[in-house]
Design a binder for this molecule. Sequence first.
Ligand SMILES: C[S@@+](CC[C@H](N)C(=O)[O-])C[C@H]1O[C@@H](n2cnc3c(N)ncnc32)[C@H](O)[C@@H]1O
Length: 188
Amino acid sequence: MSDLIVPPHTRTIVELGMGNGTVLEALAAKDPETVYIGIELDNDQYQQARSRIKLQNTFVIKGSFEEIVPKFPDSSIDGFIAVLPDPSYIDEKKEPSWAPFYRTVYAKLKRPGAFRLVTEITDELLQPVGNDAFDRWSIWLASAFRSIGFIVAGMKEGSPEEYSSRCLDQFRGDPERIRLITLDLAKA
Ligand SMILES: C[S@@+](CC[C@H](N)C(=O)[O-])C[C@H]1O[C@@H](n2cnc3c(N)ncnc32)[C@H](O)[C@@H]1O
């Protein structure tokens, strides 16, 4: 990140695990005054984003967000986005291993700052997910982020209509077995 210098008064949004960067690109194109930074571990996905995105306000970084995010100064980022993080970063059973990373995300946010998380619940046997299971899971998810320090500013079933990504478009095709949620988390 040594060649990425963002002026202190510029708004900065960081996407964690951007895949091939279609969400990042669409958001950045509509918001030219804000700097958008996408982080992606997978070389192929990163290269697709890098060769396609030509916007002046968008930077893509190849690497692990667990290594890169701690390098941002504390209270320097206006917003984080995570669309369908891998299970290692959101699974209920793995909470003790991922919670410290989101504590770092919280520390890097300005006050006020926002973290938009789009994630999904599936059944272990790939059966449709009932409302009871969905509600129980969404309550757990909100409480996990509250215990990190976030305020839950919004929680809605589904994903933002304006977001389109490889994984999201695929997941939307199976809405009974893959139920999506969008959590708008805030640092007030
Ligand atoms: C389920 S995919 C979602 C990708 C994209 N957000 C989308 O909606 O299409 C999860 C992405 O996170 C990336 N990823 C997983 N662990 C990561 C890490 N530690 N640092 C950066 N990217 C990571 C994966 O390579 C993958 O592209």
